[in-house]
Design a protein around this ligand. Structure first.
Ligand code: GGG
Length: 352
């Protein structure tokens, strides 16, 4: 019997609904396999907990989490807590605490999904987001708060180590794909220090991967290329902030933010990696039972792949594609199905 210990942090809003759905799907896969077991341990780390106890993660919480094989995360964000507090105290505390420096975001149009973008069937991208530093270094401050001469600074920090390791990761990922193509995205015309370091290190690292074809874009220009020439791109590497924005665009072009998955990887394996749908807590639709759980299913497939369960991951991806192709879709995709309808349908497919 193969067994995996999974820490489950549904978090806020629809995170709770889609992760519950994802657990059902993982349990159905384990049941069907017969020789696979998941041990789920639920953590109530959320904005609700912060409001009640003054903390998202209890003392010793990260130590406890470090003993799991993987983390299955929902979403963070609440109307009752400022976003910069919820994000930093939960999601970023885990990503940065566990050095999950490689954030991997695939985008493609699943069968049956109407993307509205002409040529969207050519979207087959993986966006690699630097996930540990840059614009998310937490470096800055405010003085003279509330006065007319108030100042706020937000300093991006790019280290050679941080830049080199994400480029190497992106090159190796590109190398593993049929097209072996990697696009570097920066804004080095306007930002002449950290972004130039990004460019320079990229071209140094490129010498070690001669089989990968490379090109380079400014972040503003790449948005038009993503919309107008989606077929010309494969793997894209960008900074923490740029890739966050580009991956939301990629998800929308592929049909819906509700579909897209993310892996926050600690490639060295010294800490667990964390898997989450890219969407946030979407509190406008939370509690209505209409959230699209497909992003959490695809996320589960990425987690299975990471856990060495490639065959089960493939089985799940095939079931996801049959599900979307069947036309049973939630509101974000133009359908009327509920989270429960979609979850029951995929579980029934897996159990068949
Ligand atoms: N599941 C992803 C999530 O909860 N995201 C919340 C969010 O606001 N993220 C912003 C960011 O990661 O930059």
């Amino acid at each position: 019997m193969r067994s995996h210990r999974i820490a489950v942090i549904p978090g806020d809003g629809i995170g709770q609904e889609v992760i519950e759905a994802g657990k059902k799907v993982l349990s159905a896969l384990a049941e069907k396999s017969g020789d696979l077991r998941f041990e789920f341990v639920d953590f109530d780390w959320s904005s609700q907990r912060h409001l009640e106890k003054g903390e998202y993660i209890p003392a010793g919480g990260l130590d406890e989490l470090s003993r799991f094989d993987a983390i299955y995360f929902g979403a963070v964000g609440s109307q009752d807590v400022p976003d910069h507090i919820s994000l930093w105290e939960l999601r970023l505390a885990i990503c940065q605490g566990f050095d999950q420096y490689a954030n991997v975001r695939p985008a493609r149009v699943l069968p049956g999904v109407n993307s509205r973008l002409k040529g969207a069937e050519d979207i087959d991208w993986i966006i690699v987001r630097e996930n540990s530093e840059g614009e998310y270094s937490g470096n800055g401050g405010r003085v003279h708060q509330g006065f007319p001469d108030e100042v706020g600074t937000e300093v991006s920090v790019f280290t050679r180590k941080g830049v080199e390791r994400i480029h190497r990761f992106a090159f190796q990922l590109a190398q593993s794909r049929p097209r072996k193509q990697l696009t570097l995205v920066t804004k080095s015309n306007a930002q002449r220090y950290g972004m130039v370091l990004w460019d320079e290190v990229f071209f140094e690292v490129a010498k070690d991967y001669p089989d990968v074809s490379i090109d380079r874009e400014l972040v503003d220009a790449v948005t038009t290329r993503m919309v107008l020439k989606p077929e010309t791109m494969d793997v894209i590497v960008a900074t923490n902030l740029h890739a966050d924005i580009l991956s939301d665009l990629a998800a929308a072009l592929s049909g819906s933010l509700g579909i897209a998955p993310t892996a926050n990887l600690n490639p060295a394996g010294t800490f667990p990696s964390m898997f989450e749908p890219i969407h946030g807590s979407a509190f406008d639709i939370a509690g209505k039972g209409i959230a699209n759980p497909v992003g959490s299913f695809w996320t589960a497939a990425m987690m299975l792949e990471h856990l060495g369960e490639s065959t089960v991951a493939e089985r799940l991806m095939a079931a996801i594609e049959r599900l979307t192709a069947s036309g049973l879709q939630t509101k974000d995709l133009g359908g009327t199905a509920t989270t429960r309808d979609v979850t029951q349908a995929i579980c029934a497919d897996i159990e068949r």
